[in-house]
Design a protein around this ligand. Structure first.
Ligand code: FES
Ligand code: FE
Length: 335
C-alpha cells in the first residue's frame, strides 16, 4: 500500500512528539536535576523548590553545551556544572557568576519543554501543540482505589514492542511460565476489540495460575484501553471481585529504547495484600517480559505481511492498524 511504512521508526514521525509522556515519578524529582531522554531528545527535569512543580528543558547549556542534568539546585535556581550560570524554573537566566552585574546574553535562557505533574508522575511534551492531554485516570482520586506507585523500568526495545506485549494475551502462558502463566493452559477466548476516539479498547479472559501471594488457578477478565500512541490502562477483575488496574505509561526513549513507569491501583487494602508483595511480583513479571522483548529484532514490523498472525492476535493487528493511521495522518486521537 502506498505510504505504508513497513517498519515503524519513531524518529520518522513528528506526530509522536505531540503527545505527553511520563518521565519520572514525581516523588523522585527532589533536590537534584534528573536526566531523561524522550524521542531522542535529552532533557533535564528538576524541581526549583520542594513545593513547586517540576520543570523540564533541553539538557544542554547554551554557553558551552554542558549537560545541565549534571548540575545542581541552588536558591531555587538550576546551576550549570561547567561555569555556574543559573536559571529559574521558567528557564530565564538569573545569574552569570563571573560578572554578576553584566547583562545576560539574549540566547542564554534554557530551551524549555512543556511539563506537568499528574497522577504521581511528571509528564513532558516535546511539541508546543499537544494533540491531547495526559490520559485520564479518574480512579487515582477515587477512595475506592488505593494507589501503589511501582517502578520506572528501562527496556532495550521499542515502545511499540513493549506496548504490543502488554496487549498480547497469548504470551502469558509461556513468557510468564515461572510466575503466573501455565504452558499447559494456553487456550484463550477471543478478545473483543473496538476502536475508540482515544485509541482502542479490548476485553478478554486470560487463565492465570495465581495472583501475587496466592496459589491456585483462576481466570482474569481484562478490559484494556490503549491511549494513543503508547499508554495503557489494563483493568483486571478476578472472580472474587478484586479489581486491579495497571497503568502502563510507556515513553519512547529513542528508536530502540523505551521506559515504562508503572502504577497499580487496587480495590483491596494493604492488610489483604501488602504493597511490598505486589511490587516484588510485578518486578519478576516485568523481568520476564524484558528478557524476551530485548531478544527480538530491534525494528518494529508494522506491515502485516512481515509476520504471521493467528486468531489470538486480534489486539495486536488492531494496534498496528491504529499506529499506521496515526503516523500516516489518517487518524487523530482525542480524549
Ligand atoms: Fe554552562 Fe558554561 S557551559 S555555564
Ligand atoms: Fe507479559
Amino acid at each position: 500500500m502506498e505510504g505504508y511504512p513497513e517498519h515503524l521508526v519513531i524518529s520518522e514521525h513528528p506526530v509522536l512528539r505531540r503527545f505527553w509522556y511520563a518521565v519520572c515519578f514525581a516523588r523522585d524529582v527532589t533536590d537534584a536535576p534528573v536526566a531523561r531522554t524522550v524521542l531522542g531528545t535529552r532533557l533535564v527535569v528538576w524541581r526549583p523548590t520542594p513545593g513547586s512543580p517540576a520543570s523540564a528543558a533541553h539538557d544542554l547549556c547554551a554557553h558551552r553545551d554542558a549537560p545541565l542534568s549534571r548540575g545542581w539546585i541552588r536558591d531555587c535556581h538550576l546551576v550549570c556544572p561547567y561555569h555556574g550560570w543559573e536559571w529559574d524554573g521558567a528557564g530565564r537566566t538569573r545569574r552569570i557568576p563571573q560578572f554578576p552585574d553584566a547583562p545576560h546574553p539574549t540566547k542564554s535562557g534554557l530551551t524549555m519543554v512543556l511539563s506537568q505533574e499528574r497522577y504521581g508522575l511528571v509528564w513532558v511534551c516535546l511539541d508546543a501543540d499537544p494533540i491531547a492531554g495526559v490520559p485520564p485516570l479518574p480512579e487515582y482520586d477515587d477512595p475506592r482505589w488505593r494507589v501503589v506507585p511501582e517502578y520506572r523500568w528501562d527496556f532495550a526495545c521499542t515502545a511499540m514492542h513493549l506496548l504490543e506485549n502488554n496487549f498480547d494475551p497469548g504470551h502469558v502462558a509461556f513468557v510468564h511460565r515461572n510466575t503466573f502463566g501455565n504452558p499447559d493452559r494456553p487456550e484463550l477466548t477471543d478478545t473483543v476489540v473496538t476502536r475508540e476516539p482515544y485509541g482502542l479498547r479490548t476485553t478478554g479472559q486470560v487463565p492465570v495460575e495465581s495472583r501475587p501471594g496466592e496459589l491456585g488457578a483462576t481466570v482474569r477478565t481484562t478490559v484494556s484501553k490503549l491511549y494513543a500512541p503508547f499508554h495503557g490502562h489494563i483493568h483486571i477483575t478476578y472472580p472474587d471481585g478484586l479489581e486491579h488496574l495497571m497503568v502502563k505509561a510507556i515513553t519512547p526513549v529513542d528508536d530502540e529504547h523505551c521506559m515504562l513507569l508503572q502504577t497499580v491501583l487496587r480495590t483491596d487494602g494493604e492488610a489483604e495484600r501488602p504493597a511490598a508483595d505486589i511490587l516484588a511480583f510485578d518486578e519478576k513479571v516485568e523481568d520476564e517480559d524484558r528478557d524476551l522483548l530485548e531478544s527480538l529484532p530491534a525494528r518494529f514490523p508494522l506491515a502485516p505481511h512481515l509476520n504471521a498472525h493467528a486468531r489470538a492476535d486480534r489486539n495486536s493487528l488492531a494496534i498496528r492498524r491504529l499506529w499506521l493511521e496515526l503516523v500516516t495522518g489518517r487518524w487523530t486521537p482525542t480524549w
